[in-house]
Every structure is written in structure tokens, then in C-alpha cells.
Design a protein around this ligand. Structure first.
Ligand code: AMP
Length: 286
């Protein structure tokens, strides 16, 4: 496994693969790797000749300095995990390499998608995501890129970024990896105390409750209220939103698939989760 810390090093290591026309897969991460990240790496290994993992805690996508400062980092452990998965190349740039002094150019995927839910809770967050991902696409020139369904709104943003900036890149979305009790794996789970774990489990429970309402023929509003009730009735959980939306636009569902999305604060950790539900019949219209 090779490690590149600059664009020049990355170019040098990619050259032979690009020249040989090998299929290159990119897995963008912010490090603190867990089984969720590893599932993306495995999917990339299955589909590509060369897998590039980027590890970069992107300051541009943080709206809270304390959150950025508290973000878990362990490069050595991450590199060891990537190596064990057979990753060919890790791009591990310092902040100044990605955002040289004086850089002012950013990429914006426009509203409404980026203004609602996570976009409303974290203004500017998706500009940071779109900017760093566009830069990674330009640097790595992958044929395919692998993202987790765990961050469903991010997936919708990246889908638009690829389509609207005409990147010739296949977007592969991998299912959410959960622990044995249903908690979606997240680097932010490391901020949960053991006492807060039962509260964190209410997110998955709320989604299942919402799903039950919809598959039982209930309305979208009823599903939303049920999810909110499950979250707000759990001690130690401060719900932010619980919505049923269209998986691509994040506006009102048009029928077919509905995405249940929730966010809640548990202690110091802001957790998000989601579930795709197939509507039984014409339940899409409000
Ligand atoms: P992050 O390091 O949190 O920016 O995540 C990097 C990638 O891993 C993103 O595409 C995430 O959606 C994905 N990811 C994070 N957690 C999970 C999970 N539990 N299951 C599947 N993918 C995940």
C-alpha cells in the first residue's frame, strides 16, 4: 500500500494505473475507520482494479469548531486497517495541501436539496462536502466512487454533483452497516458514553416504527409523528427532525420509495439515520 500526502505524490502513484486504463475506485473518508467504511472499501475492491482511500477531516464541512476539534483521528490505525483490506493507495493530505492559503473557490450544489434537514442544521455543510469531493474527483480521476447510504442526503448531493458537473464517474451507494443492536456505525458514536447507548438505539427504533406505519397503510404525516414520538419519549434524546421525504430530492415523496430520515442529539453526539421504505400503494401524495 502506498501513501500520498500531496497532489504531486498522488499523480506519480496513479500514473501507471491511469496509463494502463485500470478501473480506479475512490472511497472518500474522514478517517476513524470502522466496519461501515470497510464495507465501502470491500465493495470498491470487488469492482475495481485499484482502490484509493482518501482520509481527510475536511474543515470546510464543519459548522462547529468544537465538533471539528473533537473529531476522532488515528492515522496509524486507519492506515493499518486500509492495508489489511488490500487498499492500493491512500491519499492523506494535510489541510494546506487541499486548501492552500488564499483559496476562495468552492462548489455549491444549489437548494432546495442543500438547504433542508442536514443543510438547515449545518449551514454551509454541503458546500464543504461538494467542494472537497469535487477536488478529490479531480485529483484521483476515479471510474467509480463509493458512498454510504448512512449519509443519505450526502448521497443525493453527490449524485447531483456528478450529474451536473458531468463527471464520468459511477456512484455506488453501499447499505448502512449497523451493530448487533441496530445502531448505525458512525465515527461520532465514540462520543457516546455507555449510559447513552440505549438512548442512541432509539434512532433505529424510530425508523422501524415509521416503517411499520407506512407498510400498514398509514399516512406519511402519521409516520413522521410516530418517529418523533419514539425519539422524544426516550430519555436523553433531543430530536432535531423526523421526516418522510423523496430519496433524491428530499422534497415530498412522489410515491414508490420513501426515505425516512431522522436526526437527534444524544449527549454530545449529533446522530443521523435513515431507512428506505417501499410504499404499499398510492401513499406518496400529501
Ligand atoms: P465519514 O468518514 O463519516 O465521512 O464517512 C465516509 C463514508 O463512509 C461516507 O460515504 C459514509 O456515508 C460512509 N459510512 C459512514 N458510516 C457508515 C455506515 N455505518 N455504513 C455504511 N457506510 C457508512
Amino acid at each position: 500500500m502506498r501513501i500520498a500526502r500531496t497532489h504531486a505524490e498522488l499523480d506519480a502513484l496513479l500514473e501507471q494505473h491511469l496509463h494502463a486504463g485500470e478501473r480506479i475506485g475512490l472511497v472518500p473518508t474522514m478517517g476513524a475507520l470502522h466496519e461501515g467504511h470497510l464495507s465501502l472499501i470491500r465493495a470498491a475492491k470487488d469492482a475495481c482494479a485499484v482502490v484509493v482511500v482518501s482520509i481527510f477531516v475536511n474543515p470546510l464541512q464543519f459548522t462547529d469548531e468544537n465538533d471539528l476539534a473533537a473529531y476522532p483521528r488515528d492515522d496509524e490505525r486507519d492506515l493499518d486497517l486500509a492495508h489489511r483490506e488490500g487498499v492500493e493507495l491512500v491519499f492523506l493530505p494535510p489541510v494546506a495541501e487541499m486548501y492552500p492559503e488564499g483559496a476562495t473557490t468552492t462548489v455549491t450544489v444549489g437548494p432546495p436539496l442543500t438547504d433542508v434537514l442536514e443543510g438547515a442544521a449545518r449551514p454551509g455543510h454541503f458546500d464543504g462536502v461538494a467542494t472537497v469531493v469535487a477536488k478529490l474527483f479531480n485529483a484521483v480521476r476515479p471510474d467509480a466512487t463509493f458512498f454510504g447510504q448512512k449519509d443519505a442526503q450526502q448521497v443525493a448531493v453527490i449524485r447531483k454533483l456528478i450529474a451536473e458537473l458531468s463527471y464520468p464517474i459511477e456512484l455506488v451507494v453501499c447499505p448502512t452497516v449497523r451493530d448487533a443492536e441496530g445502531l448505525a456505525l458512525s465515527s461520532r458514536n465514540s462520543r457516546l458514553t455507555p449510559e447513552q447507548r440505549p438512548a442512541a438505539l432509539s434512532l433505529h427504533r424510530a425508523l422501524q416504527d415509521g416503517e411499520r406505519v407506512l407498510t400498514g397503510g398509514g399516512d406519511l404525516e402519521v409516520a413522521e409523528k410516530q418517529m418523533w414520538a419514539t425519539l422524544s419519549s426516550t430519555p436523553g434524546v433531543q430530536p432535531d427532525y423526523a421526516r418522510a421525504v423523496d430519496p433524491e430530492t428530499f422534497e415530498s415523496p412522489r410515491g414508490g420509495e420513501v426515505l425516512l430520515v431522522i436526526a437527534a442529539l444524544v449527549g454530545k453526539a449529533r446522530l443521523i439515520d435513515n431507512l428506505v421504505v417501499e410504499l404499499p400503494s398510492e401513499k406518496g401524495n400529501r
